[in-house]
Write a protein that binds this ligand. Structure first.
Ligand code: KG4
Ligand code: ZN
Length: 330
């Protein structure tokens, strides 16, 4: 029975392919990280990213089909990230998906990566209820959105400069930690004390974010305090970030009275962040929906699950890659 979607994700530096059913159960998944390719550059190097995707993509598709013991007849459709992301990287995923859809005579949907992150909370177990408040914290994005139902996306605010993930990664570099910096900061913060008073930018008002001032303030502190205690710096930085995110969330909960709160994106893998979100959920009585920790960062399972929504709503099969695709775009 054709009850699986083949999802393909190549928007940044992970080549990921997954087979997922309509209920978010993952039949098979494989993600090839490009960590080694980019580590010497201290960030993602776009030309190398697309070349690495090109090498990895077809063997990854084959591996996933084999892992699930699936063939073309088990597939309902193919779904591939068409944006936002790096143009060269998106092109590899989209053209592979297009070729497979022609060879296998299957429909093929271009999927919004941000909507994929939102659907990551429903992987393995249905969690999200509407109306929902969504906070997306990743390497590429920081945004707060209100979803009246599954189809209506209202953007409440986004960042004016760095994303939260970018800020974690840059602070990690300042502290001499390896890429990707987010997990390292999260680990160190767990054994430090938040004793340094870093600024909480734009905490007092609205839903917009700004993190570059906080990042510079950590850099200044490290420069002027050569004997700094690394765990305390990490803990103080994380505390400042979480205070800002928490304040904006509480403001939005008070204004919108959502039924649930979903926190998604790579930084939602952070144990510190998950614990703080749990506290907010208990204080406000709004149920918290987090993705399983391993599916918070980029993966094709969330893209495959989002593809089921595109199928259900008869969405256009638009395969145009769009590096700047917005949350409100299909
Ligand atoms: O969602 P994602 O995989 O890619 C984008 O769509 O951008 O997010 C990647 C970001 C990176 O900045 C990475 O450092 C951060 O998520 N991240 C974490 C953790 N795991 C990944 N940040 C904090 N704690 C973690 N455990
Ligand atoms: Zn992402």
């Amino acid at each position: 029975m054709a009850d699986l979607v083949l999802g393909i994700e190549t928007s940044c530096d992970d080549t990921s392919v997954a087979l997922v059913d309509q209920n978010g159960q993952i039949a098979a998944i494989k993600t090839v990280s490009q960590y080694e390719v980019h580590s010497e550059f201290g960030g993602v190097y776009p030309e190398l990213a697309s070349r690495a995707h090109l090498e990895a993509i077809l063997p990854t598709v084959e591996a996933v089909m084999k892992q699930a013991g699936a063939d073309r007849l088990d597939l309902r459709a193919i779904g591939v990230t068409r944006g936002p992301g790096l143009m060269g990287s998106l092109l590899v995923g989209v053209s592979t998906a297009q070729a497979l859809s022609m060879a296998w005579a299957l429909p093929c949907y271009g999927v919004n990566h941000l909507r994929g992150h939102i659907r990551s909370v429903d992987l393995e177990q249905k969690r999200l209820t509407y109306p929902a408040l969504v906070m997306l914290v990743s390497g590429g994005h920081t945004l707060l959105a209100y979803l009246e139902d599954q189809h209506s996306y209202e953007l409440l605010g986004t960042t004016r400069d760095d994303s939260v993930g970018e800020c974690y990664d840059k602070v990690a570099r300042t502290l001499g930690l390896e890429m990707p910096g987010g997990p390292a900061i999260d680990r160190m913060a767990a054994s430090g004390t938040a004793c340094i008073k870093f600024p909480r930018p734009m905490i007092q008002s609205g839903y917009e974010f700004s993190f570059s001032g906080l990042k510079s303030s950590v850099a200044r502190y490290v420069e002027t305090n050569p004997d700094f205690e690394i765990n305390d710096v990490a803990a103080s930085f994380v505390d400042a970030c979480l205070d800002v995110l928490g304040a904006k969330l509480c403001r939005a909960i008070a204004q919108k009275a959502p039924a649930s709160l979903a926190v998604v994106g790579g930084v939602a893998a952070s144990r510190q962040l998950r614990a703080r979100m749990q506290q907010i959920s208990e204080q406000t009585g709004v149920s918290l929906c987090l993705p399983p920790q391993k599916w918070a960062t980029d993966n094709a399972a969330m893209i495959a699950l989002a593809t089921w929504d595109y199928i259900a709503h008869n969405a256009p099969q638009n395969l145009e890659p769009k590096p700047n695709l917005r949350l409100v775009d299909v």
